[in-house]
Design a protein around this ligand. Structure first.
Ligand SMILES: *Cc1c(COP(=O)(O)O)cnc(C)c1O
Length: 483
């Protein structure tokens, strides 16, 4: 070991002496300018397909290039091909944004470059993940019985949860695989995210492995239909495995009645997974808490700090009630990964990935920098902006809102008298495309009962009433222009 303060003279990171620092400072300055001047960029990239690819050579340079040339191409080729999720008028999909502390946390994680496979391969990465996910669990009011793990996306988290469900509910598949096992069924509402179907399919249950349960009022899963589906499947030789309930569906932020569904899952001994990828963090708000009643009875829950908690992509959290069930599905320790410690967590046992990034660092920075109160204030402000927009839409003649707007998403459409069906769908698509093409804002569409609606998703840390109002005005102007 070198004495503290000793400076290693070898060039850092393989760069020439001084070069790393010089470019590091310039990069941080660029990022600062970029975030301050974000509104000068068009929200959606104006590039045509292939444009970025064609602007770059097909092979890597034989000799290394100076950083000046790299940075120039970054600015002139890459940035124009970027859709700016940081833009305060990004209202498509679920509008997400990183934040200063998140970006800087990511920088440090890249610098440390640890691989938290097993505890020993980076004790701090493993233990900070435990601590930070304990904080997040407290923030959203889940009991300490839940253990969290960070994954890349909710799609992965849901896949892992359903793999654990398969391990518990279908012991026949453990030794011989799926061929000799009875056909399994996973129940989810017809409004569920496509990642549920993907997971079930990838786990070997086939497309028939998902039962899309009917929805009732407000596009929430109908518990009576769930019971009927389970009964019907049992008599037809299917093995019910799991129910996936959603709090905050992607299309309209519908909320499944989690309490009733938990009761059914418990009495039928099924695994209950809750997909709260977007809305989960809203459980931290006292006035939204009732939408989550009963979620603490789930076997697993996914929520994404990279969606609505200002943490750069990627950071999805899977909470499980019993991590031994995840380990049953995923722990497989070859000799070269054995370590002597006991009573420690080896994150590789909690999923498919062996190697993992130090993702907890950025989330820890975000939670410390803003604090629980600061985060609650931003979330509540987004919900208030959505409420205000909902009021504007409701007051406008010839516009319609898909109710309710429970969190920070408003689903709306232009619906002038006498315009219906495909004609109204085309009108809304034209309005949306006109606004998106202007570069001033971005919205994305959805389909409800086969009809086109526009999603106005608020969730970006830079968004204020000015951006919401201007985009609403732009929609109204576009509606006048396209007729
Ligand atoms: C966004 C979303 C997902 C998928 O999230 P990824 O992290 O991109 O996989 C899953 N479920 C719901 C409800 C979502 O809104």
């Amino acid at each position: 070991m070198l004495a503290p303060g000793h400076r290693v003279t070898r060039a850092p990171g393989g760069m020439a002496p001084g070069e790393f620092r010089e470019w590091g400072h310039r990069f941080v300055d660029w990022v600062g300018d970029y975030l301050e001047e974000i509104e000068a960029y068009p929200v959606v990239a104006g590039s045509r397909p292939g444009e970025v690819r064609d602007a770059l050579p097909a092979e890597a340079p034989l000799a290394g290039e100076p950083f000046d040339a790299l940075f120039e191409d970054f600015r002139s080729v890459i940035v124009p091909g970027v859709t700016h999720w940081n833009h305060p008028a990004f209202f498509g999909y679920f509008a997400v944004s990183g934040s200063g502390p998140g970006i800087l946390g990511e920088l440090l994680a890249a610098a440390l470059n640890v691989n938290a496979m097993v505890w020993k391969s980076s004790p701090a990465a493993t233990e900070l993940e435990e601590v930070t996910l304990g904080w997040l669990r407290g923030f959203v009011g889940l009991p300490p019985a839940f253990t969290g793990t960070i994954n890349d996306t909710a799609s992965t988290s849901t896949f892992l949860a359903l793999a654990a469900a398969r391990e518990r509910q279908l012991p026949e598949a453990r030794e011989d695989g799926m061929a000799g096992a009875p056909p399994g069924r996973v129940y989810t509402s017809r409004e569920a995210h496509s990642s549920v179907l993907k997971a079930v399919h990838a786990l070997g249950f086939g497309r028939r492995g998902v039962r899309a349960v009917a929805t009732g009022p407000d596009r929430a899963m109908d518990p009576a239909a769930l019971t009927d589906a389970i009964n019907h499947d049992v008599t037809s030789g299917f093995r019910p495995l799991a129910v996936v309930a959603t709090i905050g569906t992607t299309s309209t932020t519908a909320v499944d009645p989690v309490g009733a569904i938990a009761g059914i899952a418990r009495s039928r001994k099924l695994w209950l997974h809750i997909d709260a990828a977007y809305a989960g963090v809203a459980a931290a708000l006292p006035d939204k808490r009732h939408h989550f009643a009963g979620w603490e009875r789930a076997d697993s829950i996914v929520l994404n700090p990279h969606k609505w908690l200002f943490t750069p992509v990627d950071c999805s959290v899977l909470y499980v009630r019993d991590p031994a069930q995840l380990r049953a599905a995923f722990s497989l320790v070859p000799a070269y990964l054995e370590t002597p410690e006991t009573g420690v967590t080896h994150l590789m046992d909690h999923g498919l990935a062996l190697g993992r990034r130090f993702r907890a660092l950025k989330l820890w920075f975000v939670m410390r920098y803003f604090g629980q109160e600061g985060l609650r204030t931003i979330l509540a402000a987004h919900i208030e902006l959505a409420r205000r927009l909902a009021g504007l839409v409701d007051a406008a003649r010839g516009w319609e809102r898909c109710k309710p707007s429970t969190f920070s998403l408003v689903v709306l459409r232009r619906s002038p008298a006498g315009v219906r069906g495909p004609e109204r769908d085309a009108l809304n698509t034209a309005i949306m495309e006109r606004v998106n093409a202007s570069g001033a804002a971005f919205l994305s569409p959805t389909e409800i009962d086969g009809e086109t609606w526009l999603r106005f998703a608020i969730g970006n840390i830079h968004t204020t009433a000015r951006h919401v109002d201007a985009t609403w005005e732009a929609l109204r102007e576009a509606a006048d222009e396209v007729g």
